[in-house]
Structure formats: structure tokens, C-alpha cells
Design a protein around this ligand. Structure first.
Ligand code: KET
Length: 413
């Protein structure tokens, strides 16, 4: 006989059920769906042509080398992380010949992927920066406002996207940042803006730089997609190198989740480009005081994998080719989805699907249309209509196109 469930008074009785995360929750719902035709294009995670999670061959190779290296141990890393990894990460984003690196003005610390890097940077700013306000673009990655708010900064926004042109609202961006107080923190997506897939041009970046430097603001780059926008690591570092090369200060949060397929390994770095070598040294001593009570020291495995790939010419070249392959496959998916919608005569202009860059397509589907597609077709999309193009394959594109077509033609906006 089953015993009665025990129910005792709880100190947490007052708690409300919290809502699921708008992105991670989509994967949770997908996992529970028993449908054989289900498709997850919610979370930004690369899938191979067979729709399976993808571990780059270079990562497997690096792991084998690490496993076979019996001189390795499991000792704690320094609070600032694996020094090989942080050095190579800084070179990857700022460039081998970066003046800021040569002048030793950069402090780089290993953190828990992109999220952890942004969080440590935000905590640092809340404690040590004179201005406690950060401006984030509208729209932006859903976790941005939360990370900065919990760190103790006030979050305000600036115009970024024009839903009519489905492009950058450059005038609106300049207008809003011009109207913002001097000195505030400005969050910028280094490349492949999430969720819009719309980046400023090189000239527009220079205009943004002029404004930000003119108003003594602090640029904080979120770089979660280096190599995913163009397929080229150097091209995708353009915006960061522009700011890091002008002598001013900036923060950069790097993630290896997407570009090295290390999602769950939580590999990332925070670089703080400072005014001088002596400031960078003091910044490092202070950021250690932020990290130590948070998680003490970062984990060893993922950073060792990344450092092995970044530090070996052969593996590095193989990785670059791999990145180009991933970026090209995404571009191919864009073309196929665009063609499939055109072939069906789906009402609307879908050219933004091929114009946008990076992992996502910001389709313009409404919340109701997304709900309809998930309900009827078991296709999981974030409610803002963002589709992870990296989750599609030649086989699944027609199914998504059909779902979008039916949703657009039957569900009122
Ligand atoms: N910045 C941006 C812009 C971003 O899209 C992500 C992740 C991150 C940082 C953090 O990634 P991390 O795994 O901490 O290195 N975005 C995808 C996953 C997520 O929401 O956590 C996504 O938008 O689907």
C-alpha cells in the first residue's frame, strides 16, 4: 500500500510559481513534447544537418589530447582562471597586434561563459564605476536586463531596431544615446545582434564610437557570436577592435558556447580594457574580490579545451574552417526558408530572412502566430518570433515554411 504523501508546514509556503525562462523554457517544453515531428528552433544552439547537437571535431581532438596528458591534474585554477586561456582569448578578440594588449592595458579573467562574464563585469561596475546606469538596445537578449538589474545597475534602453524596415534604426540609436547622460554604460552586441540579426555597418560603428567617446560613456561589448556572423573571426571582431584600438576603455564579455560548441562547459572571458597598465593591475586585483565569493575559481575542463584549440596552429585552422562551415550552413538555411516562403506565396516580404546575419532570424511572427505554430506543428520558437536558423536542416525547412504560411494566412496579427 502506498503511504500518504507527507505534508508539513513550510517556511516557503508564500512562494508563487515563477514563470519559465522565455528561452530556456522553450527547450523545456520541447523536451516534454512526445510528438515525433517536433522541432526546436528556440534556443540558439547549432545543430548539424541531421538536427543533432554538434560537437566540433577539434573539440573532440583537444579533449583526447587532454585526457592522454597524464601530467594534468585537478588542482584549483587561479581566481582569474587559466592564464593560457585568458591570454589566447584576449588575442582572439583584440588581435595579435592589438596596441591595448601590447601596452598591457587589458585585464582578462576566465568566467562562466558569456553570462558569467557579463555578470562579473556588471558586479564590478556596480561596485566601482561612478555611473550606475546601463543602456541596452531594444530588443536585446532577454537575460541582459536581468543580469544588470540583479548586479545593482539601473537598466535603461536605446532604440536599435526598426520593425518597419526590419533594419537598424541608426538615427533612433544616435538620438537616444545622445539624450542619455554622459558617462553611462552602453551595452553593445559585438556582432550578430540577438535577436534581430541586424548589425551596424562599419561606418555606423564609427559614428557610434564617436558619440560614445564624445560623451565619455563606457562601452560594454557582449561577444557571444564571434565567427558566427560572417564566418570570419577577424571580421566579426571589427567593432571591438575599433573601440579597443582608440585608446579608450571598454569591457568585453566573450563566450565560446556557440562558436566552439562548448555550451554546457561554460567557457568565457571578461576583458577590461583600461587606461593604463597600472590601472589594469588594480582592476585585476579588485575583480578577484568579486569572483572569489561568487564561485571562488572557474572550472578547468572547458577552458583547457578552448586553450588547446586556440593554442595549436593545426587545431586553430581546423576550427576556423569549421566556423566557416557552420556560418555557411546557416546562410544556406536562410536561402532555403526564404525560397520556401516565396514558393508558397506567403503574404509579406520575407527578404529580411536572407538579409539578417548570425544565428537567428527575427521573423516578425506575432506571439499569437508563434503560439499557433507550437500548438499545431510542435515547432518551438521564442514568443518574440525569433527562429534559430542553426536549428534547421534541409529536411525541416519545408515543414517550418508550411507552418509559417498557415499561421500567417490564418491567424490574425
Ligand atoms: N549573449 C548573448 C547575446 C546571447 O545570445 C547569449 C546566449 C549569451 C550572451 C550567453 O551565452 P552563454 O551560454 O552564457 O555563453 N544566448 C542563447 C542561449 C541563452 O539564452 O542562454 C539564446 O539566446 O538562445
Amino acid at each position: 500500500m502506498e503511504s500518504e504523501p507527507i505534508s508539513s508546514p513550510s517556511a516557503f509556503q508564500h512562494l508563487m510559481q515563477a514563470p519559465e525562462d522565455p528561452i530556456i523554457g522553450v527547450t523545456t517544453a520541447f523536451s516534454k513534447d512526445p510528438s515525433p515531428v517536433k522541432l526546436n528552433v528556440g534556443v540558439g544552439a547549432y545543430r548539424c544537418e541531421e538536427g543533432k547537437p554538434y560537437v566540433p571535431q577539434v573539440v573532440r581532438e583537444a579533449e583526447l589530447r587532454l585526457l592522454n596528458d597524464l601530467s594534468r591534474n585537478k588542482e584549483y585554477l587561479p581566481i582569474t582562471g587559466n592564464p593560457q586561456f585568458t591570454g589566447l582569448s584576449a588575442k582572439l578578440i583584440f588581435g595579435e597586434d592589438s596596441p591595448a594588449l601590447n601596452q598591457k592595458r587589458v585585464c582578462t579573467v576566465q568566467c562562466l561563459s558569456g553570462t558569467g562574464s557579463i555578470r562579473v563585469g556588471a558586479e564590478f561596475l556596480a561596485k566601482h564605476y561612478a555611473h550606475k546606469t546601463v543602456y541596452i538596445p531594444i530588443p536585446t537578449w532577454g537575460n541582459h536586463p536581468t543580469i544588470f538589474t540583479v548586479a545593482g545597475l539601473e537598466v535603461k534602453s536605446y532604440t536599435y531596431y526598426d520593425s518597419n524596415t526590419r533594419g537598424l534604426d541608426y538615427e533612433g540609436l544616435l538620438r537616444d544615446l545622445n539624450a542619455a547622460p554622459s558617462g553611462v554604460v552602453v551595452l553593445l552586441h559585438a556582432c550578430a545582434h540577438n535577436p534581430t540579426g541586424v548589425d551596424p555597418t562599419a561606418d555606423q560603428w564609427k559614428g557610434i564610437q564617436k558619440l560614445i567617446r564624445g560623451k565619455n560613456m563606457l562601452p560594454f561589448f557582449d561577444c557571444a557570436y564571434q565567427g558566427f556572423a560572417s564566418g570570419n573571426l577577424i571580421k566579426d571582431a571589427f567593432s571591438v577592435r575599433l573601440f579597443a584600438g582608440d585608446g579608450g576603455e571598454c569591457f568585453v564579455a566573450q563566450s565560446y558556447a556557440k562558436n566552439m560548441g562548448l555550451y554546457g562547459e561554460r567557457v568565457g572571458a571578461l576583458s577590461m580594457v583600461c587606461g593604463s597598465e597600472s590601472v589594469a593591475k588594480r582592476v585585476e586585483s579588485q575583480v578577484k574580490l568579486i569572483i572569489r565569493p561568487l564561485y571562488s575559481t572557474p572550472p578547468i575542463h572547458g577552458a583547457a579545451v578552448a586553450a588547446t584549440v586556440l593554442g595549436d596552429r593545426e587545431l586553430f585552422n581546423e576550427w576556423k574552417a569549421d566556423l566557416q562551415g557552420m556560418a555557411d550552413r546557416i546562410i544556406h538555411m536562410r536561402q532555403l526558408l526564404h525560397e520556401a516562403l516565396k514558393a508558397r506565396g506567403t503574404p509579406g516580404d520575407w527578404s529580411h530572412i536572407i538579409k539578417q546575419i548570425g544565428m537567428f532570424s527575427f521573423t516578425g511572427l506575432t506571439k499569437e502566430q508563434v503560439a499557433f505554430i507550437t500548438d499545431k506543428f510542435h515547432i518551438y520558437i521564442t514568443f518574440d518570433g525569433r527562429v534559430s536558423m542553426a536549428g534547421l536542416s534541409v529536411k525541416t525547412v519545408p515543414y517550418l515554411a508550411e507552418a509559417i504560411h498557415i499561421a500567417v494566412t490564418t491567424v490574425l496579427e
